[in-house]
Write a protein that binds this ligand. Structure first.
Ligand SMILES: *[C@@H]1O[C@H](CO)[C@@H](O)[C@H](O)[C@H]1NC(C)=O
Ligand SMILES: *[C@@H]1O[C@H](CO)[C@@H](O)[C@H](O)[C@H]1NC(C)=O
Ligand SMILES: *[C@@H]1O[C@H](CO)[C@@H](O)[C@H](O)[C@H]1NC(C)=O
Ligand SMILES: *[C@@H]1O[C@H](CO)[C@@H](O)[C@H](O)[C@H]1NC(C)=O
Length: 272
């Protein structure tokens, strides 16, 4: 090897080392019926690392697959909050990528985790942010009971649901401005919706869109994110972030979580 080529190689190696050392790390949170060790959830963070040059890994909660079904979301957030506080590499801050139900854990981590390291960018893939109105996900004892929201029975939801009303600061006398303050600190919020998603119902919930509130007998009209009260009254700071140009509403072809690598490069990697 010539002297010149050798120094170029040294410089390139040095620069990639510097990049790894100074780049912000990320964590990934998987969805329901999944675990960090399965094929998809072990490969996806590796793909993200490969493409971005940032370190990152899937963070497991409890025993993975069965806890993703059985453990209440409040408890899942407590666990992941403790975990990120113990991860020294996240001390100066980190980014989050979350899949499906993992987004409700991610948002809990951002809003509820006292004294946790700062979260900079948050990329949400198919998160049921405004609720899930699909009936197959029933059963009071299951994690999804924390975000089931049947549009024809909002009063019951406000009274009984244990997780989403709190996460979304929906209950008039129980709104906590700390949650909003923390969520508003994000530098970027990327909300990815899949056009053929039949798991998140309505799929627009991935953008914080949902059916209009009330006690209707048939399905109420669907509201865009900007038409919801969560947005107009800015319960969690979504409007503040949007007005500041920090929210990216991304709509991709394909079914639930079916993201093409070209779209990963375009919409996820720039935030890692
Ligand atoms: C990531 O890069 C490593 C090393 O180049 C490669 O072996 C691996 O297959 C890649 N993984 C993914 C998921 O892209
Ligand atoms: C709001 O949340 C913060 C952070 O968890 C907590 O310290 C505070 O006590 C809460 N305030 C109210 C009024 O519940
Ligand atoms: C529900 O419907 C009843 C009868 O139509 C009405 O009196 C009541 O105000 C409604 N409640 C809500 C929360 O919309
Ligand atoms: C989305 O669904 C439509 C209607 O079922 C279908 O024609 C189209 O091929 C689907 N697109 C993708 C990318 O899955």
């Amino acid at each position: 090897m010539g002297k010149k080529r050798f120094s170029v190689a040294v410089a390139v190696t040095f620069l990639s080392l510097v990049h790894i050392v100074v780049s912000v790390p990320f964590i990934m949170l998987h969805g329901i019926s999944a675990e960090c060790s399965d094929h998809t959830n072990s490969n996806f963070p590796r793909l993200l690392s490969n493409l971005s040059g940032s370190r990152g890994s899937c963070v497991e909660i409890g025993n993975g697959k069965s806890d993703s079904w059985l453990m209440p979301l409040t408890k899942q957030v407590e666990i992941v909050c403790d975990k990120v506080k113990q991860m020294k590499e996240l001390r100066l801050g980190y980014n989050i990528v979350a899949r499906s139900q993992g987004n409700l854990v991610a948002r809990g981590l951002i809003e509820f985790c006292d004294d946790g390291p700062p979260v900079y960018n948050y990329v949400s893939l198919a998160g049921p942010h405004a609720g899930e109105s699909s009936v197959p996900f029933c059963g009071d004892h299951l994690a999804p009971s924390g975000y089931i929201k049947i549009p024809t029975d909002i009063p019951e939801y406000m009274k009984s649901s244990k997780y989403l009303p709190k996460l979304n600061n929906e209950i008039p006398n129980e709104r906590n401005s700390t949650y909003k303050e923390r969520f508003t600190r994000l530098k970027n919020l990327v909300l990815i919706m899949f056009q053929n998603d039949t798991v998140i119902v309505p799929k627009e919930s991935s953008w914080f869109g949902f059916y209009q509130d009330g006690n209707y007998t048939s399905q109420p009209p669907l509201l865009s994110p900007q038409q919801t009260k969560l947005y107009t009254e800015d319960w969690i700071g979504l409007k503040t972030l949007d007005v500041a140009g920090k929210v990216k509403f991304v709509s991709l072809p394909g079914g639930h979580l079916q993201i093409a690598t070209t779209d990963v490069i375009k919409y996820v990697v720039p935030y890692l």
